[in-house]
Design a protein around this ligand. Structure first.
Ligand code: ZN
Length: 226
């Protein structure tokens, strides 16, 4: 990303942190939202997606699977270099309830170690596969000394369901979006990428600004809390 794109992102982040819309102080309050793209990285999917996000000057969170980072380390580094955040989306994307405690620990810690080794930066957030969170998942994540990102409100685009058509992904991704929403997408869904400029345009019309998980957490909770 160019320096001017980065400074524009910084300005947008500052605007979002202050909770102000672009323009006058009388503008409608912005909705601070985070887009998350799950299940990567795969170069064939992530590279065109990063190109769209760069054109749109939007920073998002990629929740990456450790085993895929192992296969595509360069893609993980490219995501960070472009100004996006990486979250831990487990090592193999297994269902937690199918795993014994030790295996669940490894799902969390192996991905954490892999992403840190490849990118030089340990993720701050765990983003659970299948959005499955229970006491065992919470305990495993705490043992790995990271945190589950818990959205104030989750908008599910349903793009992981291949029977859901493009128009429905658009409708779901842009409906019932509020301040603090996380909007869930998948890196591998081509229809999501194709529609992303239209989705972002509609969300901007609804006064949304776009932050990473950490940016949204800071905007909503303030920098002092963990
Ligand atoms: Zn997933």
């Amino acid at each position: 990303m160019s320096r001017s794109a980065k400074s524009c992102l910084l300005m947008m982040t500052m605007t979002a942190l202050l909770g102000l819309g672009p323009g006058s102080a009388r503008a409608e309050p912005v909705k601070r939202v985070a887009l998350v793209f799950d299940d990567g990285p795969r170069p064939a999917d992530v590279e065109p997606l990063l190109a769209v996000l760069a054109r749109e000057q939007v920073a998002v969170t990629f929740s990456l699977v450790g085993a895929r980072v192992d296969e595509n380390p360069g893609a993980a580094r490219t995501i960070l270099a472009a100004g996006h955040e990486i979250a831990n989306h487990s090592q193999t994307h297994a269902h937690p309830h199918e795993l014994a405690d030790a295996a669940l620990d490894r799902e969390v810690s192996a991905a954490q170690e892999k992403i840190a080794a490849v990118t030089g930066r340990a993720p701050r957030w765990y983003w659970p596969p299948f959005i499955e969170v229970d006491d065992r998942v919470r305990a495993a994540v705490a043992r790995a000394k990271l945190m589950i990102y818990t959205p104030r409100h989750l908008v599910v685009s349903l793009d992981y369901d291949r029977t859901v058509p493009a128009a429905e992904i658009f409708r779901r991704a842009t409906t019932d979006v509020s301040d603090g929403s996380v909007i869930l997408f998948h890196e591998w869904r081509e229809e999501t990428r194709q529609q992303l400029p239209a989705i972002l345009a509609e969300l901007r019309r609804q006064h949304c600004v776009f932050l990473t998980f950490s940016g949204l957490h800071t905007a909503l909770e303030g920098p002092s809390r963990p």
